[in-house]
Ligand binder design. Structure first.
Ligand SMILES: C[S@@+](CC[C@H](N)C(=O)[O-])C[C@H]1O[C@@H](n2cnc3c(N)ncnc32)[C@H](O)[C@@H]1O
Length: 390
């Protein structure tokens, strides 16, 4: 379990990982085949209560963590996103916001401040967070930074039982959902499992996985060659179904790294899109110290659009993060904040570059907006809309 270019975790961290490894081994031993499928493993690695990467109390986001997300890079991200969010809240009767997987809580803080300035605060700002330690961290940040808006924020473990109207925000949430992995071997679809020796093992695929792989091949009019390996996220459809069941009027902003299907499953991407992050280093070994590293997969936005239509949403827009931010007023916001101070100017221009340059987050990250029962189109896609690629 060594990986040459990764820093060696300290003893306490290794012991923590060992506890989760033992639990994974026990679960695999108790399973049919003596192994658990990859999505089950990824779910344990990220979300096993008290032990998983997101469930335990390590730092994760920002400079001292393992990766950095757009809301952590700059408040400009939240301030800009607040414009289309305000636009849809205006269209809603008693509109709320629901943020999934709110990370450190910084996006909630900056969106609420921007909406307050726009005089468009939501009824409530709900946060649905799987990780108890992150919930705590978010509560602290909100208490410290926006005590006067604290009464607006409410943490939920699941969607409200009564139907409500809401704008949903999910920044880098879909990529953190567990995926199934497949590999083509001798023209057969094999599924990747983790056995009780904590090794990857290819076994005959489940009917669901075979069906999903064949669907992709049919849609793309091409057959995956031998050796081709990739991922499929089976959690998106039920997640959107639960949102559709709980919301009357809805606007959903999905922001994540991903591609449309032809690009996601292109012949060149024959190793799939799974990535692991540890202290700002990326690699592709999900078995390296489970619980100490993040494991993610890119999003197939065509699959998201298919699931959206099946669950009663319209796909209102799909574009790159750069196009979305520029169409949503990033330029004007930066202009207003510009000052004579050279440090401020440099910091702002560096942040804009990180959020919008193709070599940074600008192109790799996409924004998709889903609508239900809204009188007008969701704003933010006026510059370029890539829905024809889906
Ligand atoms: C990569 S982090 C992104 C955090 C934050 N949104 C940001 O941009 O900094 C992924 C987050 O998604 C959350 N998550 C994943 N699946 C979820 C689900 N089904 N419901 C709620 N949160 C989820 C994780 O707990 C984690 O907080």
């Amino acid at each position: 379990m060594q990986s040459m270019h990764l820093p060696q975790p300290d003893k306490v961290a290794r012991q923590h990982s060992r506890k989760l490894q033992d639990k994974i081994i026990q679960t695999a031993m108790a399973s049919r085949n003596g192994a658990i499928d990859f999505a089950h493993f990824m779910n344990m690695a990220l979300y096993e209560p008290g032990l998983g990467y997101y469930s335990a109390g390590t730092h994760k986001f920002g400079e001292q963590g393992d990766f950095i997300t757009a809301p952590e890079i700059s408040p400009l991200f939240a301030q800009t996103l607040a414009n289309p969010v305000a636009g849809v809240l205006q269209q809603m009767d008693q509109g709320n916001i629901i943020e999934f997987g709110a990370g450190s809580g910084i996006l909630a803080v900056n969106i609420l401040l921007a909406l307050e300035a726009l005089n468009q605060l939501p009824e409530q700002y709900f946060i649905i967070e799987l990780s108890a330690s992150l919930q705590q961290r978010q509560q602290q940040l909100i208490q410290q930074q926006i005590p006067h808006l604290q009464h607006k924020v409410c943490w939920l473990n699941q969607l409200p039982e009564e139907k409500i109207n809401a704008t949903v925000i999910a920044n880098e949430v879909l990529d953190a959902m567990p995926v199934q992995r497949f590999v083509i071997d001798d023209n057969q679809i094999q599924q990747l499992f983790i056995n009780s020796k904590l090794e990857l093992q290819a076994l005959p695929a489940s009917d669901d996985l075979i069906h999903a792989v064949r669907h992709i091949e049919n849609e793309l009019h091409y057959q995956f060659p031998d050796g081709y390996s990739s991922e499929i996220n089976f959690f998106i459809q039920p997640w959107l179904q639960s949102l559709s069941d709980s919301l009357n009027q809805a606007a959903i902003f999905l922001i994540d790294y991903g591609y449309h299907r032809a690009e996601y499953y292109s012949p060149e991407r024959h190793m799939g899109t799974l990535m692991c992050y540890y202290q700002h280093r990326s690699h592709d070994n999900p078995l390296w110290y489970p619980s100490l590293q993040d494991i993610t997969a890119f999003v197939d936005f065509t699959a998201v659009a298919e699931a959206a239509v099946q669950t009663g949403f319209d796909v209102d827009g799909y574009t790159s993060q750069a196009n979305f931010l520029l169409a949503s007023g990033l330029g004007e916001i930066v202009e207003r904040q510009f000052s004579d101070n050279i440090q401020t100017q440099l910091a702002l221009s560096q942040q804009v570059k990180s959020l919008t340059l193709p070599s940074e987050m600008g192109e790799r990250f996409k924004v998709m907006a889903l609508a239900k029962n809204l009188p007008q189109k969701i704003p933010g896609f006026e510059l370029r809309d890539f829905r024809d690629r889906l």
